[in-house]
Design a protein around this ligand. Structure first.
Ligand SMILES: Cc1cc2nc3c(=O)[nH]c(=O)nc-3n(C[C@H](O)[C@H](O)[C@H](O)COP(=O)(O)OP(=O)(O)OC[C@H]3O[C@@H](n4cnc5c(N)ncnc54)[C@H](O)[C@@H]3O)c2cc1C
Length: 422
């Protein structure tokens, strides 16, 4: 069995698919080692298991909206695409989505998955409560209201605390978004106007191949109702010197825009505009590896220049890079914990041997800024260095020992990056 990208073959000796909560509880209590697999969209061994690899796809795909408290309780394995559709039908929305709707809610929150937007936290910041089956088969609920600080450790969990069976998420009233793509943003604009560019709309993404002095594309997503600023409609001709695209675009050169959500300024529901890719098409290029590094927002322009300086090493193995912004949060292992963040994402060619040394070069360049790698993507940062980039890492290790003293949910990845064992 492999992950979505096909670059990881899971080493788990057993694959299980319980069809009820009781079955899952029994399975966990009897297992020496368990990990839960979401939709398998991570690019490293984070989900792998030395024992059983459990899919929760067989549990009922519950989506229960509670209008009185503006919240939804959603089963762990539900994908954002389905959740978005159901919420919109009932007049609700989530504040933001990742680039693709194909990913499971629990798997995404467990790795700190995010979209873009100065005012938008990562997807896990919507989580109000976590229900999980812990190592002895107990069902434990942690909530923002009842569990205070400890709750901040339980959301971006890397799958190390237990098998999450449901999450409760905050809801907003449904809103519309319109999306426009601009081409050829002069890179020097980012030197002194990075903040102006990224704050020009609800969600802004920059796509660059690091080959020229221009950013290839800018994806601008405006929230229409209720209004949230947005770019000035009186200036539809350009965006900080970038020209409006004359038709739909895909961010990866040469890939058909049919995979992408509607552009050209046509308004539509939030769940069909905030992701870049449509649920019924392959997201991104499909043949790829990914990495992403989260840097404090105040260093954005400097980090952009530092990466530009090694553009000649990045470009030959790159399909496209995306730069996004994320609001600070207080979730212990969130890559945006404690700092407004700019994220530098890389969609690579599918050649690990060629890509790995470039990751190390990027990590060296971004080291002065304390860059945090995406938990679900490729990185080469040594565990002892990575651990120092999270103030609450020791607290998280203690929380994992509290809920899982036998290390049932620990795999090699968790041993290395959380517990610092070799
Ligand atoms: C094409 C593509 C585009 C992407 N775009 C973005 C993007 O825009 N932004 C971004 O931040 N990331 C992005 N990612 C990365 C992706 O969001 C993360 O890898 C995310 O974790 C995927 O969710 P998943 O359900 O596939 O998780 P998996 O890879 O299946 O699992 C991830 C982790 O979550 C744990 N887990 C899953 N379900 C449970 C559960 N029920 N209980 C306990 N632990 C669980 C697993 O054990 C594992 O540790 C992208 C990935 C791909 C392939």
């Amino acid at each position: 069995m492999t992950n979505w990208a096909g670059n990881i073959t899971f080493r788990a000796g057993r694959a299980d698919r319980p069809s009820s909560l009781e079955e899952l509880r029994g399975l966990v209590a009897q297992s020496g080692k368990v990990r839960v697999l979401g939709s398998g969209h991570s690019f490293n061994h984070i989900a792998d298991s030395p024992g059983a690899l459990v899919s929760l796809d067989g549990l009922p795909p519950e989506i229960d909206i509670d209008s009185a408290s503006a919240a939804v309780r959603v089963a762990a394995s539900v994908r954002y695409g389905e959740l978005g559709r159901r919420l919109h039908e009932k007049g609700y929305a989530l504040p933001n989505l990742a680039s693709l709707p194909h990913i499971s809610v629990a798997g995404s929150c467990a790795t700190g998955t995010h979209g873009s937007g100065d005012g938008n936290g990562g997807l896990a910041t919507s989580v109000r409560a976590v229900e999980m089956v812990t190592a002895e088969g107990d069902l434990v609920t942690l909530s923002r209201d009842a569990d205070g600080d400890r709750f901040g450790g339980a959301v971006v969990s890397l799958g190390a605390l237990g098998a999450v069976v449901a999450l409760t998420l905050d809801l907003l009233p449904a809103f519309d978004v319109r999306q426009r793509v601009y081409e050829g943003l002069p890179a020097e604009v980012l030197d002194d106007r990075f903040d102006a560019v990224m704050s020009a709309a609800y969600s802004v993404s920059l796509f660059t191949d690091w080959r020229t002095s221009r950013v290839n594309q800018v994806w601008v997503k405006e929230r229409l109702a209720p209004t949230f600023g947005g770019i000035d409609d009186a200036e539809p001709d350009g965006f900080f010197g970038a020209a409006p695209a004359d038709g739909p675009r895909h961010p990866v050169p040469g890939v058909s825009p049919v995979h992408c959500t509607t552009q050209m300024g046509t308004p539509g529901p939030w769940f069909e505009r905030l992701p870049h890719f449509r649920p019924d098409f392959t997201p991104s290029s499909g043949e790829e590896l990914q990495a992403e590094y989260m840097v404090p927002r105040r260093h954005a322009a400097e980090a952009f220049r530092a990466l530009g300086a090694i553009g000649d090493r990045i470009a030959p193995v790159l399909q496209i890079s995306e730069i996004r912004s994320i609001a600070a949060d207080d979730l212990w292992l969130s890559p945006s914990q404690g700092r407004d963040t700019v994220a530098f994402h890389f969609t690579w060619v599918k050649d690990p041997a060629a890509v790995t040394p470039v990751l190390t070069a990027i990590e060296e360049r971004l080291a002065p800024f304390g860059a945090r790698p995406h938990w679900g993507k490729l990185f080469t940062l040594p565990p002892d260095v990575l651990r120092t980039r999270y103030e609450r890492m020791d607290d998280f290790a203690a929380l994992a020992r509290h809920y899982d003293p036998r290390g049932v949910f620990a795999n090699e990845y968790v041993e290395r990056y959380v517990f610092g064992r070799r």
